[in-house]
Ligand binder design. Structure first.
Ligand code: FES
Length: 204
């Protein structure tokens, strides 16, 4: 689809999920040349690839014991060749386990760039969060989301257009908190770890 830059919607302003196959303006940061070179040997590249990211730059020391500043990849927009290049492409958990830290990308050079939506957001795997979800849920147990613009209070991920589970709860793509957008309440998942969802999880 050939749209000029000024015709493109910004994905971080959408109220619904982006359409697969359509281009958007997506927040992105460039790879560090030395990081990419060391893994690919692409020393002759003139321009270094940019990677699509979502949400604010943050650290997760408090509940997740991860003290390094980073962005989360926006897996909906990561091009296929980038997935193939990366060893993180195998398995849903590895999608989410990989974040863009300052050793990998230039965190301070965030820009909106053109990316095509390649896939739906994978649903956050509960198995990844077993070590810290209880503390995270306890911290936001009494929080109420705003009706007009639901943003996860943990690290500010927008919840519009994100995956829902069988009960209609929106699952934050950041770290997996589950929200009821009608009531604005957090719905804890901890007690259901290890159980299969009643029905297949779906996307909006
Ligand atoms: S931003 Fe961390 S769970 Fe939503």
């Amino acid at each position: 689809m050939n749209l000029e830059r000024e015709q493109l919607e910004r994905v971080d302003e959408l109220k619904t999920a982006p359409v697969i196959g359509r281009p958007y303006l997506v927040p992105a940061v460039p790879f560090r040349s030395e990081w990419l070179e060391s893994r690919t040997g692409w020393s002759e590249l003139k321009t270094w690839p940019w990677v699509p990211v979502m949400g604010p730059r943050h650290e997760d020391a408090e509940h997740l014991n991860f003290e390094w500043e980073h962005y989360h990849f926006d897996w909906r927009f990561v091009p296929r060749h980038m997935l193939r290049m990366s060893t993180v492409s195998r398995g849903r958990n590895r999608f989410f386990a990989r974040v863009a830290t300052g050793s990998m990308v230039h965190l301070e050079r965030l820009e909106h760039r053109r990316f095509v939506c390649a896939r739906r957001m994978p649903i956050f795997p509960r198995s990844l969060a077993q070590g810290w979800m209880a503390a995270l849920e306890a911290a936001y147990a009494t929080h109420r989301l705003r009706k007009d613009c639901a943003v996860c209070p943990h690290r500010g991920m927008r919840l519009a257009g994100q995956p829902t589970n069988a009960d209609g709860l929106v699952i934050c793509p950041g770290h997996g908190l589950r929200w009821d957008l009608e009531s604005g309440r957090l719905v804890p998942a901890v007690q259901t770890f290890g159980q299969k969802p009643k029905t297949k999880e779906r996307h909006p």
